[in-house]
Structure formats: structure tokens, C-alpha cells
Design a protein around this ligand. Structure first.
Ligand SMILES: NC(=O)c1ccc[n+]([C@@H]2O[C@H](COP(=O)([O-])OP(=O)(O)OC[C@H]3O[C@@H](n4cnc5c(N)ncnc54)[C@H](OP(=O)(O)O)[C@@H]3O)[C@@H](O)[C@H]2O)c1
Length: 327
């Protein structure tokens, strides 16, 4: 292992040992984690919150309990990290202590802490033009948005459901860059934000059903909760619906009945399994550096207030991304 400098013990981390609301989180002293082979110890500068953090905190939907049915599998949440390499494990050749990195540490998590261990393969060099907070908003949400908007053609009508969050704010911008007409769906509090990011039309999902209007060529659903027949109805012939998250019931129905209903009616309904890793989010980092896509930071919270930060996302008040910093 190659270390930058010897680190005093202990360090601060947000931990939890049972599923529940933000009040199950405690910020306490923990030992500095030690990187194993192919791993990197990162001094965390910023960690952005994804809906997946909220899901793993509450243990709902059920897929968030994979690896920990009754109790959480990892003590510290937080996967979208940005920070500085402190030390490297055996076999890490792409990073050196002192390098600035960012990435989606979804497998190990641990970003709501002063230090975390990440797989070297999950990280990329942080562009110098982006702040740590900006960079931390990109990995998971960026990979979802890039893959969810791939193949959109100019002039297509595109709906993005759940568009007021982290992935949605990027997906709106990417779909607009491709020349689509974008309808963004989320709660009433987020409508102005989605317009400001670039949406042509906005829909309050608590008041209106976007599947009952003029149909779309593409639907990207970040939070599937409707029936497959509603999704089929939302598509033009030849149209494509892809969900990335939502209730287990909706996702299973999309994968079974939806697939069949799509095939027999000349539409495509399915789930997008998002590929992780630097090659899947770095292109969005490059677009942010070029000024072609903007990051959207709603608020930054100190680590001591991580519970409030998660509540802001889970309770639907965040416009774009919420970031937690250890300082
Ligand atoms: N497939 C994969 O491999 C993969 C990998 C990682 C993550 N994911 C999933 O990707 C999704 C995107 O997460 P994110 O971090 O971008 O989420 P986010 O920032 O929390 O945004 C989700 C947005 O959806 C809204 N919403 C909730 N219920 C809705 C409904 N019924 N109709 C319309 N909008 C609704 C939320 O607003 P409210 O405040 O009103 O709830 C929120 O603004 C998550 O579902 C996550 O589980 C998938």
C-alpha cells in the first residue's frame, strides 16, 4: 500500500444499523478504512445524494435490501464521491496519492464520511475545472442520464418522469441537446426548476397524468409507479419506454406484461439496467467542463447535518442535487 501521509485515528462518519428514517443515522468516530488490493483510500471532499441512498436508508423498495434483508449491509451510505487519493492498495496503477478523483462507489458506499475506500475501477480523475461538489453530482446521475437519453433523435417527443431530481436535470439537458421536445414530470414544487433547466413542457404528477396526453416517441421513467397499460398508452407506435427505478411491482410488470404488451402493439417497454464506471459518466463530466451541460446543486450540508440532507431528498424538496461535505 502506498500512503500519502500517516492519518490519525479516528475519523467522522455517518453510520446506521437498521432501516428507517433519517433519525436512524448517527455521526460518530470510526477507524480510517484501509484499502485492499485494487482499492483506493479517498479523503472525501463532497458526496452527492442519490435516490438510491434514500432507498438504502429506508430499505424500500425491496430491491434496496439486496445483500441485507433485515439490516443494512453497509454501515455508511453515500456512493457519489469526489475527493483526494490518500493511499492506494496493491495493484492500483492509475492513481497516486494526491490525485483528485470522482466516481460512483455504489458497491462499497461510505461517502458520508471523512474518508472512504473505493474500488479504483469506480473512479476517474476529476477535471480541474469542476469543484469537488460539482463533480460529486455527476457519476451516478450522469450515467443514468447519458444511457437513458442515448439514441434520442431531433424532433422526437420525449417524456422524462421524475425529472426534477439529479438524473432528471441532466437528462432534460441531454435530450434538449439532441433536439428533442421534452416534457418533464415531477411534483409542483419542481416545475419552475425543470423549465429553467430546459424542459419545454412540465407536468405536476400529483395533479395530471402524463400518459393521457399526446403520446411520446420516448419515455424515460426514473420512478415507475404506473401500470404498464398507462406506459403503453403514453407511447406512439414504434415508441420506446425505459424505466430505471420505481416500485418493485411496477418494475416486474414492465419486465413481464409490459414486454409482451409492447411487442404485440409495435412499441418497446423495458427496464434500463444502468452500466456503472468512469467510461459511463466521464463523458458527462467533459460536457460540464465544456459548458454544454450544467450541474444543479440544490444545497450543500455539512456531514453533521447528513440526516437533514437525506430528508431533503427523500421528502421531495431538493431541486437537483444535494451535496454533503465533511467540513
Ligand atoms: N437501473 C439502475 O441500474 C439504477 C442505478 C442507480 C439508480 N437507479 C434509480 O434511478 C432513479 C433516479 O434517481 P435520482 O437519484 O435521479 O432520483 P431523485 O434525484 O430523487 O429524483 C427522482 C424524482 O422523482 C420524483 N418522483 C417521485 N415519485 C414520482 C412519481 N410518482 N411521478 C413522478 N415523479 C416522481 C421525485 O419527487 P418527489 O419528491 O415528489 O418524490 C424526485 O424529484 C432512482 O429510481 C434509482 O433507484 C437505477
Amino acid at each position: 500500500m502506498v500512503a500519502r501521509r500517516r492519518q490519525a485515528l479516528p475519523v467522522r462518519a455517518a453510520v446506521y444499523d437498521r432501516y428507517g428514517g433519517p433519525d436512524v443515522l448517527r455521526v460518530e468516530d470510526v477507524p480510517v478504512p484501509v484499502p485492499g488490493a485494487a482499492q483506493v483510500l479517498v479523503r472525501v471532499a463532497a458526496t452527492s445524494i442519490n435516490l438510491s441512498d434514500w432507498e438504502c436508508l429506508t430499505g424500500s423498495p425491496m430491491y434496496s435490501r439486496i445483500g441485507g434483508l433485515r439490516a443494512p449491509a453497509t454501515a455508511t451510505l453515500g456512493s457519489d464521491i469526489a475527493g483526494t487519493v490518500e493511499s492506494i492498495g496493491d495493484g492500483v496503477t492509475q492513481f497516486r496519492p494526491g490525485d483528485e478523483v470522482y466516481g460512483d462507489n455504489l458497491a462499497l458506499k461510505g461517502g458520508f464520511a471523512e474518508y472512504t475506500v473505493a474500488a479504483g475501477s469506480a473512479l476517474a480523475h476529476k477535471p480541474a475545472e469542476l469543484t469537488f461538489a460539482e463533480a460529486s453530482t455527476i457519476p451516478q446521475a450522469g450515467a443514468i442520464a447519458l444511457q437513458g437519453t442515448r439514441g434520442i433523435a431531433a424532433g422526437q417527443r420525449v417524456a422524462i418522469n421524475g425529472a426534477g431530481g439529479g438524473s432528471g436535470a441532466f437528462a432534460i439537458q441531454l435530450a434538449k441537446r439532441l433536439g428533442a421536445h421534452v416534457t418533464a414530470v415531477d411534483n409542483a414544487h419542481k416545475l419552475d426548476f425543470m423549465r429553467a433547466v430546459g424542459a419545454d413542457d412540465v407536468v405536476d404528477y400529483r395533479r395530471d397524468d402524463f400518459t393521457r396526453g399526446e403520446p411520446f416517441d420516448r419515455v424515460l421513467d426514473l420512478v415507475a409507479h404506473r401500470s404498464v397499460f398507462a406506459y403503453r398508452r403514453a407511447l406512439r407506435p414504434g415508441g420506446r419506454y425505459r424505466c430505471v427505478g420505481g416500485s418493485v411491482r411496477s418494475l416486474l410488470r414492465v419486465l413481464t406484461i409490459g414486454w409482451v404488451a409492447g411487442r404485440v402493439t409495435g412499441r418497446s417497454l423495458g427496464m434500463l439496467v444502468v452500466k456503472e464506471g468512469p467510461e459511463h459518466f466521464s463523458p458527462l463530466g467533459d460536457l460540464c467542463v465544456a459548458g454544454e451541460v450544467a450541474t444543479s446543486i440544490d444545497r450543500t450540508f455539512p456531514l453533521a447535518d447528513v440526516a437533514q440532507a437525506l430528508a431533503r431528498v427523500g421528502e421531495g424538496r431538493a431541486l437537483g442535487k444535494v451535496v454533503v461535505t465533511p467540513d
